[in-house]
Ligand binder design. Structure first.
Ligand code: ADQ
Length: 503
């Protein structure tokens, strides 16, 4: 299955996300150009938008001074799924740069990111950032209404007019208030629409969530939807719990329902997947890039304090102390892609990592071997697939993570026999769903070292058995399946019969 053939059974789909599925940049002549995004989510969702004549609402990645400057069409050589998204199918949200900075870096990255990852001490609750978050969400809601009206107008001229109810899909913690305003405006204008939301990060327990001074508003914003999706059931239950305890809503925990404002909102676990077949293909084609006889333990992460990188390096150091037989036979390859580099927490983490890598390498390096190879930068998809394929261990040990796609990409690329071993943290959504991985609590440094040792010495037949199960599950539950699950949860997935009718 891919989503080339998927259409919604009702009206067109409007996706609303902080970022558009491509970024705009200026070339050296000052001309705007599109830079395609190759992420799995975009690959799975864009065809559904394009096929159904839908729209995408988001910020274009650049502050445009002239509000009338047109969005360029895609490059003719662009073969990514967003190439089919014509510029009149894109609503580019423009927000004053100062307000945007406070909304995005201040509220989203400095408050919601740590809070929702249950790290409240890292959050700074500034009223100014919250006020700008409100302003930005109102602007996204206004732009979505514009998109909704244009979809309704074009649908009303199509053959199946009358049965078309547009489906609006709002993404992530940047836009937790927008849905309710979209619902209210649509009701005022007499436009029917379905609203769904998906949160890509964890939803925290009530005791953490209620630390946020404006937590009621967040819940009310999300409850503007017909369906709210999270990666795993735990996050759904946390959300339901918060609705009951903050707002006094009547809830049904078993069926994951919340009553609010005379409506019943459905809450659903929808664990995201990856474009599995694409990663297999990349792994089959990618040339060998690791020229080494040593076993490689691989870490791939954005450089983010939630990913547990410091704990991971300490666990690796403990492995070399406790099991010196691995010296000169094993290396840790850590790839850390720079992220949010203008936020102080992230600058501090970079410094701490540089020092720790230096200290551990200084302590153990021999003339023929360095224990840690540390790449601070993004790597290409081909290179990444080769790393995943040729590593003996995938080490995915976040302190907290909504899902974690790296764990899934690693198993997809493990095409050699015998395969390697996946180690995953129980505090990632992936730890809840990838049952055959070795589970490792990143906070317990010495036992984490023992788990790495166990993986390094695991018999071949056990590795094969575990990896086969892991790969089978991820192939079935890939990102296209996730998109269809969302449509199905919204009651908007066309059956094959509907599809044939639509032609
Ligand atoms: P992220 O926090 O960004 O996503 P993750 O799910 O691991 O985390 O996805 C990272 C992506 O970036 C992967 O596809 C990976 O291949 C890529 N990547 C990482 N480091 C890279 C590097 N150095 N070079 C090139 N590519 C690199 C958020 C949530 C997650 C959730 C996803 C999707 O925090 O929990 O799984 O959204 O819902």
């Amino acid at each position: 299955f891919d989503n080339e053939d998927v259409v919604t059974s009702s009206g067109s789909m409007i996706v609303v996300s902080n970022r558009l599925p491509f970024v705009l940049q200026r070339n050296k002549d000052g001309k705007l150009i599109r830079k395609a995004s190759a992420g799995g989510l975009v690959t799975a969702v864009a065809p559904v938008v394009v096929n159904g004549n839908g729209l995408w609402v988001g910020w274009p990645g650049i502050h445009l001074e002239d509000p009338l400057e047109p969005i360029p069409e895609s490059d003719p050589n662009d073969i990514t799924p967003t190439a089919g998204l014509k510029s009149d199918k894109v609503v580019s949200v423009r927000i004053d740069p100062k307000i945007f900075n406070s909304y995005y870096n201040g509220c989203c990255n400095e408050i919601f990111w740590p809070l929702f990852h249950s790290m409240p001490d890292r959050a700074t609750f500034k009223g100014e950032h919250w006020r700008n978050y409100v302003i930005a969400n109102k602007e996204f809601a206004r732009c979505t209404m514009k998109a909704l009206k244009s979809v309704v107008k074009s649908d009303s001229t199509s053959a199946s007019a009358g049965q078309n109810i547009p489906l609006i899909w709002v993404h992530d913690y940047h836009l937790m208030l927008a849905a309710n305003w979209i619902r209210q405006s649509a009701e005022e204008e007499g436009i029917a629409c379905k609203l769904g939301f998906f949160l890509h990060i964890p939803f925290p327990p009530w005791d953490i969530f209620r630390l946020f001074p404006w937590s009621d508003e967040i819940l009310q914003g999300m409850l503007g939807c017909d369906m709210v999706g999270f990666h795993i059931t735990d996050y759904c239950l946390n959300f339901v719990d918060c609705c009951q305890r903050n707002l006094g809503c009547r809830v049904d925990r078993k069926n994951l329902l919340v009553e609010h404002g005379g409506r019943t909102v459905r809450v659903r676990p929808l664990p995201i997947g990856i474009p599995f077949d694409r990663f297999v293909e990349l792994a089959e084609k990618a040339p060998k890039v690791l020229s080494t006889t040593q076993k490689i333990i691989l870490g791939v992460d954005r450089l983010d304090y939630t990913k547990g990188l410091v704990h991971r390096l300490r666990a690796f150091e403990s492995l070399l102390e406790k099991h010196p037989e691995h010296k000169e036979n094993v290396s840790l390859l850590q790839i850390a892609v720079p992220s949010r580099t203008d936020v102080k927490e992230y600058q501090d983490l970079k410094e701490e990592m540089d020092q720790l890598v230096g200290r551990i390498n200084g302590r153990f390096t021999t003339p023929n071997w360095s224990p840690i190879r540390y790449i601070y930068g993004a790597v290409s998809q081909d290179e990444l697939a080769a790393f995943y394929r040729d590593s003996a261990i995938g080490l995915v040990t976040p302190l907290r993570d909504g899902m974690n796609l790296v764990a899934k990409e690693f198993v997809a690329c493990q095409i050699s026999t015998p395969p390697g071993v996946l180690i995953v943290s129980p505090f990632a959504g992936a730890g809840e769903t990838m049952h055959e991985a070795l589970i490792c609590n990143p906070y317990e440094i010495t036992s984490a070292a023992e788990i790495i040792h166990r993986a390094l010495t695991m018999p071949e037949d056990e590795r094969i058995l575990r990896m086969n199960y892991l790969r089978r599950r991820e192939k079935l539950n890939d990102v296209n399946y996730w998109t269809r699950s969302f449509l199905s949860a919204m009651g908007s997935l066309a059956t094959q019969d509907d599809h044939d009718d639509i032609g």
